[in-house]
Design a protein around this ligand. Structure first.
Ligand SMILES: *[C@@H]1O[C@H](CO)[C@@H](O)[C@H](O)[C@H]1NC(C)=O
Ligand SMILES: *[C@@H]1O[C@H](CO)[C@@H](O)[C@H](O)[C@H]1NC(C)=O
Ligand SMILES: *[C@@H]1O[C@H](CO)[C@@H](O)[C@H](O)[C@H]1NC(C)=O
Ligand SMILES: *[C@@H]1O[C@H](CO)[C@@H](O)[C@H](O)[C@H]1NC(C)=O
Length: 300
């Protein structure tokens, strides 16, 4: 029993790669510059070998501090580069044909280790386009006319998800597998009450189009409670302003009275009193400005 358990453990260790033979997934868009990191600091006598594809053909190597890059390899042309401190492989302007398995072999007197990178390169994401979908809605029930019908589309996509978001919450989404097709997703709103956006996404990156206030949908009318709330804010602000002005005047009056009594008062002190009053005044005008802005927003 014990024997079979330890045997099972050994098998597990072997299959999960106790010798460092892990596969790391790397996703990139065409045109990106991709770095496959060795995660080591190279020592003088280290040999680092990079291989690519099912044939595991050698594409780059550092040995005794000499860098070798396969210049004859047609699929990479002049895209490959090696970091001479770490031995990391850099692939510039990556294309879909550079998708595949990259194998790293580090050979030194401390023992060998290897690592694999599964690189997937995807076509760039198109910008999702939002259009009005209500052109032929006029024939249906009259209430739908006031609704705002939208359609978000992304052309020539594969392995993506297209989604509608309201703020940060997902409203709806649709996914396609590998086929390169055009996707679209409708959205029906009564009016625009939040920030809506359409997102086209791979698992590792995305592009977003926001539905801006002005086009396609009318903003929702202001709610009653909201304007009541705004009015009470304005009233409170006005009261605060009044208090501030009264306090400022009282302060000034007190200071002036004091300076009248003590004719010998230091000049600094009087200056100081003036400054505080000025500060008050500046502050109060700020409040007035804020009030006016608030109020006009409510009116429009
Ligand atoms: C590499 O990634 C692709 C796409 O994610 C997957 O289909 C494939 O099975 C992976 N290959 C390996 C060897 O992990
Ligand atoms: C608009 O009309 C087309 C066909 O003329 C139809 O396929 C589509 O579903 C209609 N759209 C809506 C929102 O009714
Ligand atoms: C208008 O849109 C709302 C959702 O925003 C929907 O519940 C309602 O059915 C729509 N009305 C019509 C007539 O399509
Ligand atoms: C889009 O990408 C950004 C950054 O890469 C990420 O923060 C965000 O969550 C992604 N959004 C969606 C909807 O996937």
């Amino acid at each position: 029993m014990i024997h079979s358990a330890s045997f099972f453990c050994l098998c597990l260790l072997l299959s999960t790669g106790v010798f460092g033979d892990e596969v790391k997934s790397v996703s990139a868009l065409e045109g990106d510059s991709v770095t496959l990191n060795t995660d080591v600091k190279m020592q003088r006598d280290d040999q680092i070998l990079w291989m690519f594809g099912p044939q595991e053909s050698r594409i780059a190597e550092i040995h005794r501090q000499n860098i070798y890059i396969d210049a004859i390899n047609t699929i990479f042309e002049k895209r490959l580069q090696m970091d001479d401190q770490t031995g990391s492989l850099i692939i510039r302007n990556i294309r879909t044909e550079h998708s595949g398995l990259y194998k790293l072999l580090i050979i030194n007197n401390r023992g060998n280790s290897n690592k694999r990178f599964n690189v997937s390169v995807y076509a760039p994401l198109p910008v999702p386009v939002i259009i009005s979908n209500s052109l032929n809605c006029s024939s249906t029930s009259p209430s739908s006319v006031s609704n705002c019908s939208l359609l978000c589309s992304a052309v020539n996509v594969g392995a993506v998800t297209l989604s509608w978001y309201k703020g940060n919450s997902l409203l709806s989404s649709i996914s396609v597998s590998d086929l390169s097709i055009s996707l679209s997703l409708p959205l029906e709103l009564e009016c625009l009450d939040d920030s809506y956006s359409c997102v086209v996404a791979y698992s590792f990156t995305n592009r977003t189009t926001h539905l801006s206030n002005t086009d396609l949908c009318q903003p929702c009318p202001e709610r009653e409670e909201r304007s009541h709330l705004s009015i009470s804010i304005v009233v409170i602000a006005l009261l605060l302003l009044l208090l501030a002005v009264v306090a400022g005047l009282m302060n000034c009056y007190r200071k002036r009275k004091q300076s009248g009594k003590e004719v010998k008062a230091q000049e600094e002190e009087i200056l100081y009193a003036d400054t505080t009053f000025c500060a008050y005044r500046v502050k109060s005008t700020d409040v007035i400005a804020a009030d006016q802005t608030l109020y006009s927003t409510v009116k429009t």
